[in-house]
Design a protein around this ligand. Sequence first.
Ligand code: PLP
Length: 429
Amino acid sequence: MKEIEDKIKHYPYLRYEENLLYINKQSSLDIAEKIATPFFLYLPERFEHNYKQLKSALSKHFTKSHISYAIKANYLGRVLQQVKSLNMNVEAMSLFELLLAEKAGFNYNQIVFNGPAKTVQELELTMTNGIQYLNIESMNELQTIENIAKAKEMKQEITIRIHPLLSEETEKKLLIKKNSKLGIDYERATKLYKYAKNSPHLEPNGVHVHVGTNLISHSFYKELLVFMNNYIKELGNKHGIEIEHLNLGGGLASKSTLDSNAFDLNRYAEQIATSIENIDNMTVILEPGRYLVEDSFVAIAKVLRTKSSWGRKWAFIDVGANSLIPMRYSHYIAIPGQNKGKGPYCRIGGPLCLPVDVISNESVSYKIDEGDQIAILNCGAYTLSMSEQFGYPRPAVYELDKVGGVRIIKKADNVEDMVKEAFSFETDS
Ligand SMILES: Cc1ncc(COP(=O)(O)O)c(C=O)c1O
């Protein structure tokens, strides 16, 4: 069916053979034979592929670059273990993520630490352990860091997260706009740089910008990079502040979304290299989350119930919006485990008693019956890390390797434990 073929065009690890969906080398029906649905499948080879494509684009243009995986996109230990084995760095936003990074074997000079309201405990921990990429976004934060550095008789390197000046049209499309809580306007940022330069305990040497997610536009980057180049030049020429670390944040769409929108990673790297003067003296840092992990996970679900109402057919599967968080930028794609040909137009929802629990906003036109298997694509980013119980146990996660081996990497929640936890005040007191 063309509809299904079109949906999987940019997912090289998927194909249909005799109408059965194959993920890597195994049919999804075979995979689910021994595992209760719903469950997530992690495809480490896809993650590695995504990483290598980006790394190779950067390596062509820069002698010094880091890809710092944004832990918030998906914090599973197995993913972090792979990030480490690929020699990447990480980006963290909280004590939990710092401790995850530590556990996965990262040193603090391999961690970018972000967040608008870091605690003194987090700052002391990171500074004591030699953090190099400390991204700050307010004068009060800067002064807290200065006081800690003074007490420790040290000098702390700092990067400032700015919000750039972009055209009104571009601003409108961004997730993180001028009036958002994140970053600091570039004019105030200059005051922070000047303050830091005059402090014996601070060394301002980095600039950071992160304004969106699911970005697929070379013209957006062109505009952003023109601003960044002018800003960096002004810091150097007018204020004597030399930028050594240029952190362009996360924000890239998933590899399959980039491919389907003809976004070329080599061109992106070239855009950075040609827009920023003096780039050879800088380390280029990117903090991708979604790009690396979104299409490295597939959820496998079963149709629990179908119904028709007001002229529309519905199929309800056993994974819902408490795991597949519905966000402006998520685009889950539902495909059948077995292609049974054309059927009536049908919307796919989860089991929750909530109207927003609709997995895909498009109707599908393949035949769906109760008991069928449905696979959901693009569910690796901001799903497991943001999932809620909301009446249901969170699904297990399995890893599927390229030859078809399957192993569990995170257990499902257990309903009896969930009940116990709700009543834990009885046993704890
Ligand atoms: C500072 C920062 N860097 C990187 C990321 C990762 O973004 P994405 O998953 O869109 O690449 C985020 C996400 O919120 C972020 O806040």
